[in-house]
Design a binder for this molecule. Structure first.
Ligand code: O7M
Length: 232
């Protein structure tokens, strides 16, 4: 069993679905479970963070990883940013919960021991280098530094918001094929499916456009088609 995100993407679309929201009239765990049954064979991965954790707890999350682990890639998005020894422990716990990879912030730096722990666990690490919201000025100022650090650290991938195609291009140029680029901001935040792939991203992270859709499978099929249309 290959637990590498790249290999999951090769088999399916380049969509990672973010489970933050659920329709207000649905039970979150039932809805997300149903959602993964509907689209699990079409997406590369699923991203879970604090919104889902607060709604369904550790038990709910482990129910999902147990039911769908191995079929979809489970990406933990807690944007970890603590001292390295604590982040390493968080990675151990997330790995034990069934996650295949974790997102960390890179600005604390000094994360070489974190990457080492992750490697031992065969757990992938993705670093945030540019966000998708307006006004993320420190990311604008520090983008090159964060990219250089991501490269030096040897992360498996970086996050670059889809709202800045120029930043995705820059990241691809600097990283070459050494790291994946995951890009959120497609759908609810205004960018079109395929837009980030076109400029060099490997995966598009999509939340509400799928999780709040009355027909999630149709929504994913349409997005996957748009992605294939611009495949590099
Ligand atoms: O498609 P949406 O807007 O409903 O959801 C987007 C998801 O991507 C949501 O889970 C955010 O936490 C995440 N995200 C961003 O929207 N912008 C960023 O800059 C970074 C992320 C992210 O995934 O960081 C790891």
């Amino acid at each position: 069993l290959n637990l590498d995100l790249r290999s999951f993407g090769r088999r399916r679309s380049r969509i990672i679905v973010a489970l933050d929201f659920h329709p207000p009239d649905k039970d979150p765990i039932k809805w997300w479970s149903h959602l993964l049954e509907e689209v699990g064979d079409l997406v590369a991965g699923v991203k879970i963070g604090l919104p889902a954790f607060f709604k369904v707890g550790v038990k709910g999350v482990s129910k999902l990883t147990q039911q769908f682990g191995g079929d979809v890639y489970f990406l933990a998005d807690f944007k970890l940013a603590d001292i390295p020894v604590v982040v390493s422990e968080e990675i151990r716990q997330l790995s034990a919960l069934g996650f295949n990879g974790s997102i960390v912030h890179l600005f604390p730096m000094g994360y070489e021991p974190v990457v080492e722990v992750a490697r031992e666990l065969e757990h992938q690490i993705f670093g945030v280098t540019y966000m998708s919201h307006r006004g993320c000025r420190l990311f604008e100022e520090s983008f090159q530094t964060l990219l250089d650090y991501a490269l030096a650290l040897g992360v498996d991938g970086v996050i670059v918001g889809a709202s800045r195609p120029d930043k995705i291009r820059e990241a691809r140029k600097k990283l070459g094929d050494t790291a994946l680029i995951l890009s959120p901001g497609i759908g609810a935040q205004g960018m079109s499916p395929g837009a980030a792939i076109r400029t060099g991203a490997d995966f598009e992270i999509v939340g509400r456009a799928i999780t709040l859709s009355p027909e999630p499978r149709q929504a994913v099929i349409k997005m996957a088609e748009a992605q294939r249309g611009v495949e590099r």
